[in-house]
Design a protein around this ligand. Structure first.
Ligand SMILES: [Fe+2]
Length: 210
């Protein structure tokens, strides 16, 4: 699977284009802020947008969706059902990004991993060797849990699961905070929150995130 990272907007959000090189089938993850730039990239690379994947429903991650669904109202848009109430307008092709769901992009497979905490319906998208973590896990940081619908306890459970992913997986977060990418292995070593979760130190994790 090919991956291109785009840093867009005033909050250093990351949108991603991911595609299957053989078929040219592509997906956009969290298209926001400058959808025209993403569209231009797809056209330049002669890729066919088949679906949109949303890690959660905060506006800074979804404000480019209507750019793509306007002309194609059936375009599948995946978002966990717990976050769907936050959308200002519901795309016609809205689908539930449910735990364990397998989503095909050409011959490439993406698996949904439910990672509640930052929002109730936050998910990570797992591809071969790659984790798209939205606002759940950043380089050296974790997602905020002081927002409506956030839960530090849920985030801990999500981090325990993330800490079990392979060290070699590349992390693709939802914002450029301390860096643009990393590996799960490096984060398990240096990310305080992932380290605490890996060690099963729930109380210390809860103290650290608050
Ligand atoms: Fe967010």
């Amino acid at each position: 699977m090919k991956i291109r990272q785009f840093k867009l907007g005033p909050m250093d959000n990351f949108s991603y284009a991911v595609w299957d090189e053989r078929s040219g089938a592509a997906a956009l993850i969290d298209p926001a802020w400058q959808p025209g730039e993403l569209d231009l990239f797809l056209k330049k690379e002669k890729l066919t947008l088949g679906l949109i994947l949303l890690t959660h429903a905060h506006p800074d991650h979804v404000n480019g969706v209507t750019f793509f669904t306007g002309g194609n109202s059936g375009l599948p848009v995946y978002l966990n059902s717990e976050d769907q109430f936050m959308l200002e307008s519901r795309p016609g092709g809205l689908r539930d990004a449910a735990e364990g769901e397998k989503i095909l992009i050409g011959s490439e497979e993406i698996t949904v991993m439910r990672t509640a905490g930052h929002t109730q319906g936050s998910v990570c998208y797992l591809a071969r060797g790659a984790v798209f973590s939205g606002d759940t896990l950043f380089v050296g940081e974790c997602g905020r849990v002081d927002l409506p619908g956030s839960s530090a306890e849920a985030l801990y459970n999500s981090f325990v699961r993330l800490a079990a992913l392979p060290d070699g997986d590349t992390l693709y977060p939802g914002h450029s905070y301390n860096g643009d990418t990393s590996t799960l292995g490096v984060q398990k070593e240096y990310n305080l929150y992932l380290k605490l979760a890996r060690q099963g130190r729930r109380e210390d994790f809860l103290k650290a995130v608050r």
